[in-house]
Write a new protein. Structure first.
Length: 203
């Protein structure tokens, strides 16, 4: 009788240990999956964007009252009462992207709630830059951004610290009066980043 009780106890203990082991493994697996699902798009962020964010959906620029979609590398602005996606801003938007106030917005289609962002951040229209630029960062994680002076492990060429007006999207050499970053020299360049201007799809 004692032998049977001892066997039952050992069996019960084994089941409990085994169940605990299974639960630990499941928890570890779910935790690993959660870590893999963390969004990161540093390589898609704009050179003129702020450091400190592993993932960004949109930038809102109060000075121009426009948005910039980081995943699409396109500006979003109102035209004829509709929000238009385009690779670059029209010439009427006289904004220096490297000197303007930028708000990071991690929300889908924030332009559909434009009144919220305009009301909250419109007061910063003339505040000037409020962040450290990705272009100027020495953090290695930003070296993956195309156009960064240290992109690809190089020292960068050209006059990457120049000023000027920039209205082109993308992470390559920005359009405007000077080329930016380590992929080219000075001089005038037309078009920037992922393509020239023109109106893209409407959303």
């Amino acid at each position: 009788m004692k032998t049977n009780n001892s066997t039952i106890l050992r069996t019960s203990l084994f089941k409990r240990v085994f169940l605990a082991f299974v639960l630990i493994q499941l928890f570890s697996l779910n935790n690993a999956k959660a870590q893999l699902n963390v969004k990161v798009n540093i390589g898609s962020q704009a050179l003129w964007g702020p450091v400190g964010y592993d993932y960004v959906d949109y930038y809102y620029l109060p000075e121009a009252d426009v948005y910039y979609s980081v995943p699409n590398a396109q500006f979003v602005y109102l035209k004829g009462g509709k929000w238009v996606f385009a690779n670059s801003l029209p010439a009427t938007y006289n904004v220096d992207l490297y000197s303007t106030y930028v708000v990071v917005v991690n929300s889908p289609k924030p332009y559909l709630q434009h009144n919220i962002y305009f009301t909250k951040y419109g007061k910063f229209k003339h505040s000037g830059r409020n962040h450290d630029l990705i272009r100027d960062s020495n953090d290695e994680k930003y070296f993956v951004v195309k156009g960064h002076p240290k992109h690809g492990g190089g020292n960068g060429g050209g006059n990457g610290n120049g000023g000027g007006k920039y209205k082109s999207a993308g992470n390559g050499n920005q359009g405007g009066n000077k080329s930016e970053g380590g992929n080219g020299g000075g001089g005038k360049k037309s078009g920037g980043g992922n393509g020239g201007g023109g109106h893209g799809k409407k959303h």
